[in-house]
Design a protein around this ligand. Structure first.
Ligand SMILES: Cc1cc2nc3c(=O)[nH]c(=O)nc-3n(C[C@H](O)[C@H](O)[C@H](O)COP(=O)(O)OP(=O)(O)OC[C@H]3O[C@@H](n4cnc5c(N)ncnc54)[C@H](O)[C@@H]3O)c2cc1C
Length: 647
């Protein structure tokens, strides 16, 4: 058994905070922290590509018997069906070699998720167990060389042949080639291929078909051309590849037929008539992959912050005027500003992520069933994934710089953290495209009816409905309302110095952006209006509105988590971290608050001063605040910290 660090076991305040951050699946996190078989090893960057890929596959195989795999398997298939435990376990992998997280995510989350959510009982019985025990390594083949974000326009076709009752999967051009597919280059045997389904000469839109791509000997199946994407910026352990299909025949039963089926007479039917609505419903069920990517990015950012803060507490540079003592670099305000506001944001996003996983689990287990709730989950997942992965990229870079030249050395982890997380902003949905999905939810209030329309159509139509935006509180609803009602003031200093006032400021920010966006977009309904031009001219506005929403959601998650925490020094510290999240967020957006008369120029300067004050107040607690992330020391070993210990 691996032991927790002395600091983690002897700092009771860190322990109090950790129990808040750990959330509902705290037991899973705690078990994995002490499980010496849990494959969170630092990536071996000296390994060759093939060795790294082989090691990654073995690490994922080692997960086959764990709750990560069991959670992805329904109870009737011998699993636990505890999706929250599975996603939380995957998040913990984000502290180690991110290739393992991504390969596991592709297998259990994407490949397994497609079969579980788009398939029916016979598919579950045939494929889910071998998926979970890794005897059937799979791929999730959605993206094509010609179409990534616009999945609805993919070109691969699957045509039902009534003569043989088979499905013929075909790539009509190079643009239809499946690209960047995890597992395709080396290990995958069966691919969940997204394709246009043509039955009786009619295209019924995007569906998913299971296509064997390799035989037991690892050779490509007849008609399947496989190639390797080769070296990448990061994630060297993941074997991304390309797939081309030349009229590959598979049985009709290989169609994942929950949302669209072909009967014995060769007739197509679907419980959802509208092609658009069917498409968005099918894609929505795959939300767990996106949630896992956000979770992993958050974990990687917390690893980076822990390393950088500990280095900042041990490293000295320049002397005080007394000429005797060297200054600990975290005593410099500039250094505090580099790390502590990002630390506060990491807290807020981690708590928002926890709330998201809880909601996903409730929907998956049937505790919550409404279709609007599913739409809300999808929009929130899209927004949180975008903001958390962006935050991780920014934070890891800042942490690298905070460690100076040492940060550039591969032995100090930032090489892999930077390179591996970089693409998190792109896969499982490009961030710019995902923020538009989040924006769609804001304007349509997640009504399921809007799934009839594509994203742009829904946003334009939704804009016509919005006159005054209704803030949808998804976390801690009555608590948030109570705090806002009890706030002493709604302007400037008064508001920002009170939790309810802060919540009201964030709500007002989001509402104003949403309402003014709706006003601009409403013109698209005019006769002869060029709806694309109007939509496009407001796209920056839409993206800002979505960002404001996610910051508001993160603040609500933070406030709700503090409210649920026991009284004590841990909770007091959380209050200060929450303040730093609020003030540093307002500071970063103070152009908007000034332009819109929400802050006077002196109040705006006051916000800057408050961020400085909070950085100073939190500086003595920095070790506690990163200790509360609960990342075992063994997962964070760096050469630079060992060197400093020798000085
Ligand atoms: C390492 C890696 C692993 C991957 N693994 C898989 C996998 O296993 N399975 C799979 O199916 N796919 C996988 N992908 C593909 C990934 O999901 C796509 O790359 C992603 O969806 C983006 O698509 P794209 O690359 O075509 O970019 P594009 O969609 O072409 O985007 C390019 C740029 O255009 C911008 N843009 C696009 N549309 C809009 C718009 N409407 N408004 C404003 N800006 C826009 C984007 O913001 C982006 O900056 C992987 C990719 C990588 C790099």
């Amino acid at each position: 058994m691996q032991s927790m660090s002395a600091e983690q076991t002897t700092d009771p305040v860190a322990e109090q905070i950790r129990s808040v951050l750990d959330g509902r699946w705290a037991d899973v996190r705690q078990r994995l922290r002490v499980d010496e078989d849990f494959p969170v090893a630092v990536p071996g960057l000296e390994l060759g590509l093939e060795e790294h890929r082989a090691a990654t596959l073995e690490a994922v195989r080692a997960l086959a018997g764990t709750e990560l795999a069991a959670g992805s398997l329904p109870v009737d298939q011998g699993g636990s069906g505890d999706l929250g435990a599975s996603v939380t376990g995957l998040e913990m992998l984000g502290h180690g070699d991110l290739s393992v997280l991504i390969k596991a995510g592709v297998q259990f989350g994407l490949f397994g998720g497609a079969i579980a959510n788009l398939g029916t009982q016979p598919h579950h019985e045939q494929y889910l167990r071998p998926m979970a025990d890794l005897s059937l390594p799979g791929c999730f083949a959605m993206t094509e060389t010609g179409h990534g974000s616009d999945v609805q326009s993919i070109l691969t076709t699957t045509t039902h042949d009534p003569e043989t009752d088979e499905l013929v999967v075909h790539s009509p051009s190079l643009a239809a080639r499946k690209d960047y597919i995890g597992g395709a280059a080396r290990d995958g045997r069966l691919a969940a291929v997204f394709t246009q389904l043509i039955v009786g000469g009619e295209n019924h839109g995007v569906h998913c078909v299971l296509v064997p791509i390799r035989d037991d000997a690892g050779e490509a199946m007849p008609g399947v051309t496989i190639s390797d994407c080769g070296p990448k910026m990061g994630l060297r352990g993941v074997d991304n590849g390309r797939l081309l299909f030349d009229n590959v025949r598979v049985p009709r039963a290989n169609l994942l037929n929950k949302y669209g089926d072909i009967d014995d007479e060769g007739r197509y039917s679907s419980p959802i008539e509208s092609v658009n609505r069917r498409f968005f419903t099918m894609l929505g069920t795959l939300v767990r992959g996106r949630i896992t990517v956000g979770a992993g990015a958050g974990a990687a950012a917390r690893s980076a912050l822990t390393i950088a803060v500990r280095y900042g507490l041990a490293r000295t540079q320049f002397t005080y005027p007394d000429g005797e003592h060297e200054v600990v670099i975290l005593d410099y305000l500039g250094h505090q500003r580099k790390l502590l506001p990002r630390l506060a944001r990491s807290y807020a996003l981690a708590l928002a992520q926890n709330a998201l996983v809880e909601k996903m689990d409730a929907l998956d287990s049937g505790d919550v069933t409404s279709e609007d709730a599913q739409r809300e989950l999808e929009a929130r997942a899209a927004g949180i994934k975008a903001i958390t992965t962006e935050h991780a990229t920014d934070t890891i870079q800042a942490c690298r710089e905070a460690c100076g030249g040492a940060g550039y050395m591969t032995a100090n982890r930032f090489t892999d953290l930077k390179a591996d997380t970089d693409v998190f902003t792109t896969f499982e949905g490009d961030n710019t495209v995902l923020l538009q999905l989040a924006g769609k939810g804001m304007l349509t209030n997640h009504a399921a009816d809007f799934n009839e329309l594509d994203t742009r159509g829904a946003i334009l139509f939704g804009a016509r409905q919005v006159t005054t935006s209704v803030i949808e509180r998804t976390i801690g609803g009555s608590l948030i309302q109570r705090l806002i009602s009890g706030a002493p003031g709604r302007d400037g200093d008064d508001a920002l110095n009170d939790r309810g006032g802060q919540l009201a400021v964030f709500e007002d920010w989001e509402s104003h952006l949403t309402e003014t966006l709706a006003m601009r977009l409403r013109q698209a309904g005019d006769e002869d209006a060029d709806s694309f031009a109007i939509f496009n001219a407001a796209q920056d506005h839409l993206l800002e509105a979505a960002r404001a929403r996610i910051d508001r959601v993160a603040l609500e998650a933070f406030v709700a988590a503090i409210d649920a925490a026991p009284q004590g020094p841990g909770r007091d510290l959380l209050e200060q971290v929450c303040d730093l999240f609020v003030f540093s967020t307002v500071e970063a957006n103070r152009a908007w608050f000034l332009e819109h008369g929400r802050l006077s120029s002196s109040q705006s300067k006051g916000v800057i001063a408050k961020v400085n004050d909070l950085c100073g107040e939190l500086r003595p607690h920095a070790a506690t605040l990163v200790g509360a992330f609960g990342i075992p020391d063994a997962w964070l070993t760096t050469e630079m910290m060992s060197d400093l210990a020798e000085f």
